[in-house]
Design a protein around this ligand. Structure first.
Ligand code: FAD
Length: 496
């Protein structure tokens, strides 16, 4: 059974004007939520239109998020490997960084994927309308046509009449109000443009996006300071995992100011002058060549005239949906960043499929038990389901099995013996309820733990599954053996 959202409906508008395009399914936004929703809708037989303000499909994730950041993190890793290979008997000379080529590399990665999406949309006969969409009423959307590289409005407008709609308009970076407009102060989109490598850089915000970009810029030679209002970096995973990341990374950063905020920024010709306030604020004003604002993202719910369609938007800009991704209007669905946390591409894509399937008349639900989170820093930190801290907070009776990578042949061979794999089990059922992995390729491996949770695997299922040796993935099986008391790759375990 779906649970409809019980809230006050806004004043619904009524549009009686002319119509340029009619469709069965309108998808607003072409990010991972939008294109997945549109492709699935078309595959299920609906005449589908996508409205997207930018020139390419793919949204934040493909154009200015997941993909370009990983292209740069890959380069950062290559640089780091050349620097740490001395101990292995291989010495490289100082890397020479050609920014133009680096930018071209990132652009090529993005355009390859964007072209792929465009041709897949064409193959499905999906009409893509370029422009800024705003609802006129529950069945009409006005598109202010845009052109060029950005979202320049041409003045032309089109009206689309739709039977059903999936809103996938995503989110935008938070811009702190006291921060001046200056080309040296960027959000993640500006940082990914990689216009220059500063000597001294400040990252405001110690979440995943801030830390990934800090990793890239420090590998390219910038001295990076990080300021974070909370008392921890990378909130979310267990602290033992973050401590490992810290140990591997502290050398690359200048100051890490926790419980501190950037209180005042003055942009002068010779630099950006920042005053800090809080627990670890510097006494003196600090000067930077570049500042990255990575202080979170806000949903775009208030920017699409959703009220005219009768769709409720909450006070933060999120659109409430039920377990079928349906808004309070039965024919309008919403998916992705605009419906809530975690703001992650893989969550958006799965929600999108559910919405399209429900719209096509299938009895589908978004009932994933867990959504994995990965920080693609060096090392990577990946976690899913319960963390130890969360289990403890909720008083859940769990067992924790940890396999140190210092006992993994492959991790030692790869110079990654600092990592670990940890599984969390329910004591009574022995089912896996969570997992955390720290080390290279942690993000690639966490999928096995997701599958284990979704399938209700218990310790023995994983422990008796033969994992290939020697691999980092093997550490998941070995963690399960630790929980099972049957692991022979570590010293004898104390009997419980
Ligand atoms: P979006 O990708 O935001 O797409 C929304 C689309 O709607 C946009 O193309 C926008 O132009 C369009 N739009 C909005 N309003 C209108 C309108 N009125 N008219 C027309 N078009 C409109 N997630 C991960 O899972 N893994 C990662 O590694 C990862 N890395 C990231 C790195 C960075 C730097 C950033 C910023 C984000 C990252 N994310 C990552 C998050 C991920 O990008 C988002 O969760 C994902 O893009 C959300 O998809 P979406 O479809 O909901 O929205």
């Amino acid at each position: 059974m779906s649970h409809r959202v019980e809230v006050q409906v806004p004043n619904i508008a009524k549009y009686n004007g002319s119509v340029d395009i009619e469709c069965e399914m309108l998808v607003l936004g072409a990010g991972p939520g939008g294109y997945s929703a549109a492709f699935r809708s078309a595959d299920l037989g609906m005449k589908t239109v996508i409205v997207e303000r930018y020139a390419t499909l793919g949204g934040v994730c493909l154009n200015v998020g997941c993909i370009p950041s990983k292209a740069l993190l890959h380069v950062a890793e290559m640089i780091e490997k050349t620097q740490s290979s001395n101990d292995l008997g291989i010495t490289f000379s100082e890397p020479q960084i050609n920014i133009d080529k680096l930018q071209a590399h990132t652009e090529k990665v993005v355009s390859t994927l964007a072209n792929g999406l465009a041709s897949m949309a064409k193959g499905r006969k999906i009409k893509v309308v370029r422009g800024y969409g705003n609802f006129l009423d529950p069945h009409h959307l006005e598109v202010e046509v845009t052109d060029g590289k950005g979202q320049n409005r041409t003045g032309a407008r089109k009206v689309i009449k739709f039977q059903k709609c999936i809103i996938a308009a995503g989110s935008a970076a938070v811009h702190l109000p006291f921060i001046p407009h200056d080309s040296r102060i960027v959000d993640s989109t500006g940082a990914l443009e990689l216009n220059f490598v500063p000597q001294k850089m400040l990252v405001i915000g110690g979440g995943i996006i801030g830390l990934e970009m800090a990793t890239v810029y420090s590998s390219l030679g910038a001295r990076v300071d990080i300021v974070e209002m909370a008392d921890v970096l990378m909130p979310g995973p267990d602290r033992d995992a973050v401590r490992i990341w810290e140990r591997q990374n502290l050398h690359r950063f200048g100051k890490i100011m926790l419980k501190t905020k950037a209180a005042e920024i003055e942009a002068k010709d010779d630099g950006l002058y920042v005053k800090f306030e809080g627990g670890n604020a510097t006494a003196e004003t600090m000067k930077y060549d570049m500042i990255l604002q990575a202080a979170g993202r806000i949903p775009n719910g208030n920017k699409i005239a959703a009220d005219k369609a009768g769709v409720i938007v909450d006070e933060r800009g999120f659109i409430p949906v039920d377990s079928q991704m349906c808004t309070n209007m039965p024919h309008i669905f919403a998916v992705g960043d605009i419906v809530g946390q975690p703001m992650l591409a893989h969550k958006a894509m799965h929600e999108a499929h559910t919405a399209a399937e429900v719209a096509a008349g299938t009895r589908a639900f978004f009932d994933a038990l867990v959504t994995p989170v990965v920080s693609y820093t060096h090392p990577e930190v990946a976690w899913v389901g319960y963390t130890e801290a969360q289990a403890k907070k909720e008083g859940r009776n769990v067992d924790v099995a940890r396999f140190p990578w210092a006992a993994s042949g492959r991790a030692i061979a790869n110079g990654a013996d600092y990592g670990f794999t940890k599984l969390i089990f329910d004591i009574k059922t022995r089912r896996v309820v969570g997992g955390t992995i720290v080390g290279p390729s942690a993000g690639d491996m966490i999928g096995e733990v997701c599958l284990a949770i979704e399938m209700g695997c218990d310790v023995v299922d994983i422990a008796r599954t033969i994992h290939p040796h020697p691999t980092l993935g093997e550490t998941i099986g070995l963690s399960a053996e630790v929980a099972d008391g049957s692991c022979t790759d570590i010293p004898p375990q104390r009997k419980k």
